[in-house]
Design a protein around this ligand. Structure first.
Ligand SMILES: *Cc1c(COP(=O)(O)O)cnc(C)c1O
Length: 452
């Protein structure tokens, strides 16, 4: 069973007092709420939603079947559901400046599968980013259904460079153009899962146009930065934009698709009935809440703080002796090359040592990694979650120092114990859900006590 010895009395949902009929699940939820509030959440794809998002996700909308779209449902009783989904669609369109939005994809992977299905025939060629250099599983991993349906070719990043004026490990647009000319893809995919730099959509558009390909931009990671004005918005440039709602965008776990009006029908029928059955309207309500929150001026400050914090964390890590892939970051995430810090230290071991020290992040391949994807020579960290909890640049400096200390002294249990205590003290100063502390807390107000 889970170790709950370090769990404080933390409520796990706004309706915690109602979860009385199942002590086993209630215990697990509280243990996880405790874990999230007493250890550092540095996984680049995670965040802390508002209590309003939690509340919508835990609502009666989960009871309703609503196959179809607003105004065209297959079941009765969808008058209010239609308003919910319409609200989510309108807010998504307004937030990103899109002509059409589909808010039904259950996840980012589903959004990508639906987009491919809308734009392509089976067997068509897709040009996307190489997986070990930042691409996502749905960009053509041999283990993903995408590579069994479509033929993938890849581009990558430029070689590493020591010249600060010409940083390496950035998208190699010469390669994108060369492979596009040679392979004649029907679709080019921009976007990545482990890339610490801004991605401009225009160079991709030019290359796509030169070979008659469509352009899809997968902003699963930076969607919140795009909404908050801290990353270029590809909506006016790409044919289709897919994203997740739970990463930097800080909404419920889910996906969405934006496109021009002429592609609306193809996208909608690719999602339903092409890929999914009934939509998760409770999650769609929570997406509407998140889109509403992301349209507030405070979210622009949040997005800027996420990037400023990532820069501060990057500076601190560089000072600890870590080489940063591409030399730093200009988004929410950092990719560490562990080899200069300690040639023996793998991503796998570093992740495990830090996990025991209360620092949660993930190992990741780095460009031209000699180790397998299971072992790796890198770590990926992000600042979206702890920025939501209210941490700033001084805390990022402290976190960098704790990571350096734990990894340097990784065989010394006493040192790891000290790090764990410092992490706990830091987390106690920035609780992700201040409105939910204490068991039996009743439902709390909308954005109740968000940091930043
Ligand atoms: C996270 C991610 C996805 C998939 O999102 P899921 O919700 O996990 O299915 C797709 N593309 C990219 C680039 C991602 O980073």
């Amino acid at each position: 069973m889970t170790d709950r010895s370090t769990s404080p009395d933390v409520a796990a949902t706004p309706f915690d007092a109602w979860l009385t009929s199942d002590a086993e699940v209630a215990d697990l939820l509280r243990a996880e709420a405790g874990r999230q509030s007493t250890t550092l959440q540095l996984i680049a794809s995670e965040n802390f939603t508002s209590t309003a998002v939690l509340a919508a996700t835990g609502s009666v909308l989960t009871n309703k079947y609503s196959e179809g779209y607003p105004g065209r449902r297959y079941y009765g009783g969808n008058r209010i559901i239609d308003e919910v989904e319409e609200l989510a669609r309108e807010r998504a369109k307004a937030l990103f400046g899109a002509e059409h939005a589909n808010v039904q994809p259950h996840a980012g992977a589903n959004a990508n599968l639906a987009a491919y299905q809308a734009l392509l025939e089976p067997g068509d060629t897709i040009l996307a980013m190489r997986l070990d250099q930042g691409g996502h599983l749905t960009h053509g991993s041999p283990a993903s259904i995408t590579s069994k349906i479509w033929r993938f070719v890849a581009y990558g990043v430029t070689p590493a460079s020591d010249d600060p004026a010409r940083p390496g490990e950035v998208i190699d647009f010469d390669e994108v153009a060369d492979v596009a000319k040679r392979e004649r893809p029907k679709l080019i995919v921009a976007g990545a899962t482990a890339y610490p730099r801004l991605i401009e959509p225009e160079p991709f558009r030019e290359i796509a146009d030169s070979v008659g390909a469509k352009l899809m931009f997968d902003i699963a990671h930076p969607a919140g930065l795009v909404a908050g004005g801290a990353h270029p918005n590809p909506v006016a440039v790409a044919d289709v934009v897919t994203f997740t709602t739970h990463k930097t965008l800080r909404g419920p776990r889910g996906g969405a698709i934006l496109c021009r009006a002429e592609l609306a029908k193809a996208i909608d029928s690719a999602v339903f009935p092409g890929l999914q059955g009934g939509p998760l309207e409770h999650v769609i309500a929570a997406k509407a809440v998140a889109f509403g929150e992301a349209a507030l001026p405070s979210f622009r400050q949040y997005a800027a703080a996420v990037v400023a914090n990532a820069r501060a964390l990057a500076r601190g890590l560089a000072a600890e002796g870590f080489r940063l892939v591409s030399g730093g970051t200009d988004n929410h995430l950092i990719l560490i090359d562990l080899r200069t810090f300690d040639e023996e230290l793998t991503g796998k071991e570093a992740q495990e040592v830090l996990d025991r020290s209360g620092i949660t992040l993930n190992r990741n391949t780095i460009p031209d990694d000699q180790r397998s994807a299971f072992v790796t020579s890198g770590l990926r960290l992000g600042t979206a979650a702890q920025t939501t909890a209210g941490m700033g640049e001084p805390e990022m400096a402290e976190i960098a120092a704790l990571i350096g200390l734990a990894l340097r002294e990784r065989t010394d249990e006493g040192v790891l114990e000290t790090v764990r205590h410092s992490v706990r003290a830091l987390c106690d100063r920035f609780p992700p859900y201040p409105g939910l502390s204490g068991l039996g807390a009743g439902p709390v107000g909308a954005a109740g006590g968000r940091g930043s």
